[in-house]
Design a binder for this molecule. Structure first.
Ligand SMILES: [Cu+2]
Length: 748
């Protein structure tokens, strides 16, 4: 246990002079972040001005860089502490998610204009602010790339049956909160009361351009879907057309990634397929089981199914072993993902199935009866609770603050659950399911209950585990990973309290610095303000009816891939010191200068060079319908990287070369693979059902943005897919296509 008296986080005992110095440094840096986010200076300009180095580091200038040794001490100083306005922890209720209303007839009037297979290129006048002040120009109403290549694949076969419509928008008061549970299951919150956008009732209201959430409101947004019921999510961009109207960070162009949706790539939120203010993008989520066209194609197995509206099952094609449950969706805008997600572009998506029904009472031999509720045939939320963990930072006025010059990662100091500072949640004496999302920029969480009681992990990422795993403390949950837990509160008495305690200390965004014991975290033996109690459970009553939920000893076994030949093995190394051979003018490439050293982060594909991202570069092109084995290697020991591979679920075959290193809670399917310092993960995946271009990247989104990301695409030898696929280049006047700017020699 390392206990520093001082370090990354300044605290109230730090000298006033140091705090003032750090606050001044923050203000000075914020001016640069603002200029960069608004496009007034490029990374190349910042290098020329000597403000950042070619390695991507903030130059050691006193008054700018908080890590410069100062007269006040030898150790690095951090940002000034976020103000808490006298607020005490556990003084506000934790709000449940705001459930998106279903639009039942998206093709017959529910959505206007009617969704269509190809992008709607109807022209509209362009706001001059989008085009350098030019007037009289027009652009398409939909930002999806035009034409057949980016048409929704198999749209007529999977016509949307339900629609959702939401806007990325400036912060505003929520007047339509619908948690889909009675207030007794929401710590007494009255949903008819307006909810201003505050991270605690005692904090200041956020300015419209400080926070950009779904519909501009909190609590976070939740979509509920089910297999066999295709969804059309129409996402409007209602952000300011003037790029400078962002309160210092965040980009007004967005791309929405349904993290790990098994959908066509045109609906994946490709990082280069972003759209502009006043446009919408129609995302078509067919919600099919992987293997839809090759396994159980006659839909005879009831385990491959969707809940119907009367407690039964609608059987669907595909492999029931591929059933997914807890998803989220978030921004994927090229080089601005960290800012946009942090600013509020993050929501959750629960998928219901025959196995994971969201109804704990239906006992039909298929339904696993996980804690949820009983009133509705599926999707009951009384005892099935989405939790979004992330930490924020605020400026001296209490407005949301972000610093993009910590290229190792961005770490905040105000721990929030469901965007509320250290809240309480009232529970009954029975079992609950918690779907926990790490929605941070760069922080890992590791947590347990304050009394050391067991928690049962039932899912990792979107996937129920083969078998539940009992733990008293979680693993270090990486950014974008989802862990689902069952906690049984029947062991407590009415009036008891128990806390969730974070034991994972960060000193920077590189990796966890130290894992404390729960006892040490409770004793305050860390200077990281996010270590310690952060969520208070108040046991308030007995359940009105007996708890009939179960945690079966078998959940979802993995699909057996042993008879499928391995078509190809690939290696990706994630590290620093990357270069960018592409031109500074290349619109798809992360670059700071011609022939440029940029960086710092990159990916080495097979034995090629360590490269900065370009979404125009094809790094890998697996053949449609095949299985491959990929090894993800950490290029260094000084950092951790949670690597996300889009589209298909993988099974981890080995950690550091050995299957025996894979812990029980990683034995299911995964979509984020944290490498651990110096470590490697070997996994296997199939490439089925859909085509197009996908991504693989670090989900420490500061690393992703700077520029640890590769594009891969599914190849079918030329038909029906193009080989290679053209790269979309988004402009307000419409999307054009260019040939890939680079193809790795081992891609095809
Ligand atoms: Cu990383």
């Amino acid at each position: 246990m390392i206990h520093r008296d001082d370090g990354f986080f300044l605290n109230a005992n730090s000298s006033r002079a140091r705090i003032k110095e750090a606050e001044n440094a923050r203000k000075n840096r914020a001016e640069i972040v603002k200029a960069h986010s608004q496009g007034k200076v490029s990374r190349r300009d910042l290098i020329k001005m000597g403000l950042i180095t070619t390695g991507g580091l903030l130059a050691p200038i006193h008054g700018l860089n908080p890590f410069v040794r100062s007269a006040y001490g030898e150790v690095p100083t951090g940002t000034a502490p976020s103000p808490l306005f006298g607020v005490q922890p556990f003084s506000a209720p934790m709000p449940r998610f705001d459930v998106a209303p279903r639009i039942e007839n998206p093709l017959t009037g529910g959505l206007t204009p009617v969704p269509q297979a190809q992008s709607n290129q109807t022209q509209q006048p362009l706001d001059p602010a989008l085009v350098g002040g030019q007037t009289g120009l027009t652009g398409p109403i939909e930002g999806r790339p035009p034409g057949p290549i980016w048409a929704h694949q198999r749209f007529s076969q999977f016509l949307p049956q339900v629609g959702y419509e939401t806007s990325q928008a400036q912060a505003t008061t929520n007047h339509t909160y619908n948690p889909q549970v009675a207030s007794q299951f929401n710590s007494g919150i009255d949903p008819t009361q307006p909810i201003p956008l505050k991270f605690h009732p005692g904090f200041p209201t956020q300015a419209p351009n400080s926070v950009w959430t779904f519909n501009g409101t909190i609590p976070p947004y939740l979509v509920q879907g089910r297999y066999g019921e295709p969804i059309l999510l129409r996402h409007h961009n209602r952000l300011p057309a003037d790029v400078t109207q962002n309160n210092g960070f965040g980009r007004h162009t967005i791309s929405t990634h349904e993290h790990n949706g098994h959908h066509g790539a045109e609906n994946d939120g490709f990082t280069g397929a972003f759209f502009f203010p006043n446009q919408f993008y129609d995302y078509h989520w067919p919600i099919v089981l992987a293997g839809h066209f090759s396994v159980n194609t006659d839909a005879t197995d009831p385990r491959a199914g969707s809940p119907d509206d009367s407690g039964g099952i609608n059987k669907v094609p595909g492999d029931w072993h591929e059933t997914m449950s807890t998803h989220w969706f978030h921004d994927h805008m090229f080089t601005f993902t960290s800012q946009n997600v942090y600013k509020g572009n993050a929501a959750m998506f629960n998928i219901y199935s025959a196995l994971d029904r969201g109804n704990e009472a239906i006992n039909d031999g298929v339904n696993l009866q996980l804690p949820s509720g009983t009133a509705k045939s599926f999707g009951n939320l009384e005892y099935d609770v989405n939790l979004m963990f992330n930490e924020k930072a605020f400026d001296a006025e209490g407005q949301l603050f972000m610093d993009i010059f910590q290229f190792d990662g961005f770490i905040g100091d105000v721990m929030c659950v469901n965007l509320t500072y250290r809240p309480f949640f009232e529970v009954e004496r029975r079992k609950y399911r918690f779907r926990i999302l790490n929605a941070s920029v760069s922080r890992f969480f590791k947590y347990g209950l304050s009394d050391g009681s067991p928690m049962i992990q039932i899912a990792n990422d979107g996937n129920l585990l083969p078998s539940p795993v009992v733990q008293t403390v979680s693993d270090e949950q990486g950014i974008a990973e989802r862990y689902d837990w069952v906690i049984d509160f029947s062991r407590y008495n009415i009036g008891d309290k128990v806390w969730m305690v974070n034991v994972c200390e960060h000193q920077d965004g590189k990796k966890p610095a130290n894992d404390l014991s729960v006892a040490d975290a409770l004793a305050g033996k860390s200077n990281d303000p996010c270590v310690g109690k952060f969520l208070e459970f108040r046991i308030v009553r007995n359940p009105a009816t007996p708890d009939v939920s179960k945690v079966p000893s078998v959940l979802i076994p993995n699909p057996d891939l042993s008879s499928i030949p391995v078509a190809r093995e690939r290696t990706f190394t994630f590290g620093s010191g990357a270069s960018q051979p592409l031109s500074a003018d290349d619109p798809a490439a992360f670059t700071t200068g011609a022939g440029g050293q940029t960086g710092p982060w990159g990916v080495r594909t097979d034995n090629g060079p360590m490269l900065n991202a370009s979404f125009g570069r094809v790094s890998a092109a697996p053949s449609f319908g095949t299985r491959e084995v990929w090894t993800l290697q950490n290029g260094g020991g000084g950092w951790d990287h949670p690597i996300h591979i889009h589209f298909e679920e993988g099974q981890i075959l080995a950690r550091n070369g050995s299957a025996s290193n894979v812990p029980a809670w990683e034995k299911g399917r995964k979509d984020v693979y944290r490498l651990r310092p110096g470590g490697s993960v070997t996994l296997t995946m199939q490439f089925r059902d859909w085509g197009g271009m996908f991504m693989e990247h670090c989900h420490n989104t500061v690393h992703e943005d700077n520029a640890m990301l590769v594009r891969w695409e599914i190849d079918n030898g030329g038909t029906p897919f193009l080989r290679p696929l053209p790269t979309p280049i988004a402009t307000p006047q419409g999307v054009t296509f260019v040939a890939p700017d680079d193809i790795a020699p081992t891609a095809f």
